[in-house]
Design a binder for this molecule. Structure first.
Ligand SMILES: [Mn+2]
Length: 335
């Protein structure tokens, strides 16, 4: 972040403010970790902070400290909109375009208070007064750590804040295995461990707290997996019916797409999940190496993200979406 921006933000934060912190819709570990990490950081400085998510966050993140204090826009639009528009300062974390909040976009467009963006996705929109936007970081949580350090406030980091930050780093890096994981990432984590986080326990809360029905759903997903070895590609489908039979709750499909990449010879993996209520197929893409799934998602499936992890959507049926995917794949070179 630019020095003059840091100085301006230091000045803004030098007196107590009403601060609203917003992640993207369907927030993941990085979105929840960064917003709650910042929330605890601001409380320590006597600000009145509040996290407002566009819709519900997944159960597997409900153990995060103060997640019970999070307000959900979709559940109380009138009240949360009022709080947002009444804020002295707004942070948007882990996204860079208002439409990533869904409906909430209408409210965000009306904000007159200064907005601070911290985000690691490509092509940021131009809505923030202060921007810390850099795609070289593997997570917004890692950026939040540097942001706090740049503010000269590293001494305020405590176990609670560090736990939130670690959550985003570990989830967005696929437990430190994605290429965006740098030596700096590990240095940041070393600091977090020195602060006292229980990294093993966090890992367990995130990944080893599965319900039986989630594992059943995973089993179904793996059964459905198709391999196109000549295209070094695998994909998974899950229909609404399969979700229903396995008592799907939000968050249950998190990470399933990565199983496709674990197959020898596969460098491109996709998952197509039917959401009948919204009349939409939600898609996640993952890749290893140089195949750019951000570009692929932008070009063909109304989405985007990063080189090795992106999302998209389709309004066709599940069957037609998969047919479209296979057609595009036939014309795509994957190395
Ligand atoms: Mn992220």
């Amino acid at each position: 972040m630019k020095d003059e921006d840091i100085q301006a933000i230091q000045k803004l934060l030098s007196t107590p403010k009403k601060v609203v912190i917003i992640p993207h819709r369907s927030p993941d570990g990085d979105a929840m970790g960064s917003t709650l990490g910042l929330y605890h950081f601001l409380l320590k400085q006597n600000h009145e902070a509040i996290v407002i998510t566009p819709n519900e966050f997944p159960d597997f993140l409900a153990w995060l400290p103060a997640s019970e204090k999070v307000l959900i826009y979709e559940k109380d639009k009138e009240n949360t909109a009022k709080i947002i528009l009444d804020a002295d300062l707004v942070f948007t974390l882990d996204f860079n375009a208002f439409h990533r909040t869904g409906d909430m976009e209408q409210v965000l467009k009306k904000i007159t208070a200064p907005i601070i963006m911290i985000d690691h996705h490509q092509k940021p929109d131009d809505y923030a007064k202060y921007m810390f936007s850099d795609t070289k970081y593997g997570s917004t949580c890692e950026m939040l750590f540097h942001f706090i350090a740049d503010l000269g406030a590293k001494s305020l980091l405590d176990k609670t804040i560090a736990t939130c930050i670690y959550t985003g780093i570990v989830t967005d890096s696929g437990s430190f295995r994605f290429p965006s994981t740098t030596s700096t990432t590990h240095r940041v984590v070393a600091d977090l461990i020195d602060i006292g986080i229980e990294n093993g326990a966090i890992h367990n809360s995130l990944f080893d707290d599965s319900s039986y029905s989630r594992l059943q759903l995973l089993g179904q997903a793996l059964q459905n997996m198709k391999i196109l070895l000549d295209k070094k590609t695998s994909y998974i489908t899950l229909s609404q019916k399969e979700l229903d039979v396995n008592n799907y709750v939000k968050g249950d499909t998190e990470g399933i797409v990565n199983y496709g990449l674990s197959i020898k010879g596969v460098v491109f993996a996709a998952i197509f999940i039917e959401h009948r209520e919204e009349n939409i197929i939600k898609i996640s893409f993952r890749s290893q190496g140089s195949f750019d799934v951000n570009q692929f998602a932008r070009e063909h499936f109304n989405g985007g993200g990063h080189i090795n992890a992106a999302g998209g959507k389709s309004h066709l049926s599940l069957k037609d979406t998969v047919a479209k995917f296979e057609e595009i794949l036939a014309k795509t070179t994957i190395n």
